[in-house]
Write a new protein. Sequence first.
Length: 300
Amino acid sequence: MPIDYSKWKDIEISDDEDDTHPNIDTPSLFRWRHQARVDRMGEFEKQKSEAKDSLNKSQREISELKTKLSNADKESEKKKIEADIEKLEKQFSDWKSKEEELEKQEKLAPWNVDTICRDGFSKTTVNKMTGKENELTEEERLDQSQQFMEKYKQEIEKFGFFSNWDDSKDYLLSNTHLACEDTANYLTYWCVNLQMEEKNALMKQVAHQTIVMQYILELSKTMEVPPIACVHSFFTKIKTCDDKYMEGFRSELNAFITRIETRAKEKTDKLMAEIEAEEKEKRLGPGGLDPQEVFEELPK
């Protein structure tokens, strides 16, 4: 039962978690990560707001000029108004393109604790008999997923700690709302953070539960029934399966763990490089020299 990992390739680690990588967890790092993220999001929201306001303003002014044009008597006045309308329509088109570009950037942005529900993470396994999820807009799905993760964070993390098949099954059957893709998404995000913190053993435990949830979701899609209806079937199968089925499960788990370790290392390396560059810039003295590099290059 191959699992599609492509939606997890651009996970962005939370900038404001209480626990961070043990080798780089300093107050300056925490403030840098948090402020950098706040600044990025603030600037992006500012651009979105500016585009929206400018679109509305252009549309309003075009409407006013068209009304003025219909009431104009002199030919010279009409030509001037028509020229103004043409200019505003060009501005409107430019701002519309800007708005569409920002929407595209937002969809392609790396995921963090606020955006993790987008682009693949927003998808929820649907009970085809109701179709309610299909009626939701992207923004509504995002809000719904964020609210779910915030509300059930502790319950999801408790599921992540289970190592016994029966305990996992009983817990899901007692908490049927957790049998969904939002749970798998949160567990995936948690795995990357754990690996960033060098909690490798715990990451592997949570990764195991992530794959359990993914198997249930894949089974749900195959059978075209709600995920909770597949919980009992999956655990019955996994407990009595032959070696080939279990080998497939372990293969998926190992592949997932490798992806988590790779992604966490990439994020850590990038973060350290950015921090080092920022600290170096702060140290630069006259002539753009780095005192630390100068000291290290002095003859011993």
